[in-house]
Ligand binder design. Structure first.
Ligand SMILES: [Ca+2]
Ligand SMILES: [Ca+2]
Length: 328
């Protein structure tokens, strides 16, 4: 069949062509909950775009020139052109309602249609000239879990670090009130540089400590960051695919140091459950094809939280169940 293909990156298009083998014709429609969390202490995210799309399209590709649609996101937070382009090839697209503040999260529910098995996420980092967070074509099958993502520079604008325009091709970064309130300034002379020409991992901002002058309008004490900048948490909602929860999870303490937990089998709606992952206080302690887990060597009179997650033959994870067991 003829797959939809974006024009090559570097012209006006968005996607690089991937191997058709990466695209699965047996893919099923499904609903996912996608939560984007701002992991930084001082950056704001512009309204987020979340898209489920075929495996042969990409919103961006590191090492190649950005599309005009990505440029609009990275320089001004405008997701409209990218949403329109993705919509035109049949992608499922959701966009956010506003800025995502440091430490905040926004949750999207995305219903995918058949063939849209890859998830991409993007949003501008403020204050930067053309920085963005990007999750690039994550396979949705088996994607339930957390995915930490870095900040990229779109390469379309020089990083002069001056408050200015959010229009593509114009210098400066947009500074809406919450970003100004976080500590940006004015009156800088500008950090020297030119547009880099290709998407790359962002080398971070320089900033300065002079709110009304210096070389940068970015505050070095507030707006510098370390990667990752964002966490994307994906959870499959569709009860017609993948594993469900285990049943009747319970636990028993045998002594001051030994406990055992038990559960009933989980089922997968369209596959078979092959194993169960067991964690104790967040650490994986077992991954097995069994319906119980015994552990000794624990501390006396202590609460332990066990979680059990079913995993099916396609690697998909169900929702976790938890039980607290207190040693004697
Ligand atoms: Ca740049
Ligand atoms: Ca300054």
């Amino acid at each position: 069949m003829q797959l939809p293909v974006f024009p090559k990156a570097g012209t006006i298009g968005t996607a690089a062509l991937l191997s058709a083998a990466a695209w699965s014709s047996s893919a099923m429609a499904a609903d996912y909950e996608v939560t984007v969390t701002n992991l930084t202490s001082g950056l704001h995210f512009t309204p987020v775009i979340v898209a489920a799309h075929p495996g042969n399209v990409r919103m961006f590709q590191a090492g190649t020139a950005a599309s005009s649609e990505l440029q609009a996101i990275a320089e001004g937070g405008d997701v409209g052109p990218m949403a329109a382009l993705l919509g035109s090839i049949g992608a499922n697209v959701e966009t956010g309602g506003g800025l995502v503040a440091p430490g905040a999260s926004e949750t999207f529910t995305i219903s995918t249609t058949e063939g849209n098995d890859f998830l991409s996420v993007a949003s501008m980092l403020l204050p930067t000239n053309d920085g963005f967070l990007g999750l690039n074509s994550l396979p949705l099958r088996g994607a339930s879990g957390t995915h930490d993502i870095p900040g990229y520079d779109a390469g379309t604008e020089a990083n002069d670090e001056l408050a200015g325009s959010g229009a593509p091709g114009e210098p400066g970064f947009p500074a809406p009130p919450p970003v100004v309130a976080s500590g940006t300034g004015t009156g800088g002379t500008g950090v020297p540089g030119t547009a880099e020409g290709f998407v790359h991992i962002h080398r971070n901002v320089i900033g300065d400590a002079n709110r009304t002058g210096g070389s940068s309008d970015i505050n070095a004490y507030v707006h510098r960051w370390l990667n990752p900048v964002a966490r994307v948490t994906v959870r499959a909602l569709d009860a017609t695919s993948g594993p469900g929860r285990v049943g009747s999870l319970s636990g028993t303490a045998y002594s001051q140091t030994a406990v055992e937990i038990f559960w009933e089998a989980a089922t997968s709606a369209d596959s078979v459950v092959t194993n169960y992952e067991v964690t104790r206080d967040g650490q994986i302690v077992a991954d097995r094809d069994a319906r119980s887990y015994f552990e000794e060597g624990l501390d006396a009179a202590t609460d332990y939280v066990f979680e059990v997650t079913a995993i099916d033959a396609q690697g998909r994870r169900g929702q976790s169940s938890s039980v607290t067991v207190t040693t004697n």
